[in-house]
Design a protein around this ligand. Sequence first.
Ligand code: ZN
Length: 251
Amino acid sequence: VFLLDCGTMTIDRSQVLWNVDCGVRLRFPIYSVLVDHADGLFLFDTGHDLEHVARTFPWEQAGREPGQGVVEQLRACGYEPGDVRYLVNSHLHFDHVGGNRFFPGATTVVSRAELRQAKVPESFERLAYSDQSFDHEDVRYELLEDDTELAPGLRLFETPGHSAGHYSLVVEPGGGQRAMLFTFDAAYTDENIEREIVSGFHLDPVAGTRSLRRIRKLARDHDADVFVAHDAAAFARYRRAPQSYGDGSIG
Ligand SMILES: [Zn+2]
């Protein structure tokens, strides 16, 4: 299991924790998750497209250091884009789909409800879904409903609220390794979970709050380490590619 550093972006802290510390800017990390599995290579999310962000949200000051970015990081781990068999999107916001188009040979796995919402968003969601490059001409979708086992040791759990069809991921590597729970945007930071406060951007804050509780329960039930999406302090503690969690493939 590899965490691929895709760069950073700045936002207001009240977007991280709804209505907390308005006017405080912070820079947060954006990353993808790569899982080498016996059933094939699984990639979860693809970061942001720098040019798209510069054009559409110049105030978010997207950043990327040399070597960052989903393709660069994948290569640093010894893989090529063509090796990815399944591209799974936790949801379809721009900072999670920006590199999808680099994987035309992969099957794109996403929630059916999420794809529908991305195509016909609420007015306030339009910017979040402004990067539609995931819907390229070679795309092949596998659309999901409900909780889903993708492959042995890889399970998606519905955690809606931040967006219509949002999924979080539990990886159970086996071999005595601890389970890993990737919340994706159901929790930007550890503080969202601890204080049970949803992020400032959301479709349904009530559903999002239920999802935060579900994350806590999933972590307990699976005795999993929790990996949040956009927490600079937490990300600095995580093992980042080309280092990995465990060696060899899962399943
Ligand atoms: Zn999001």
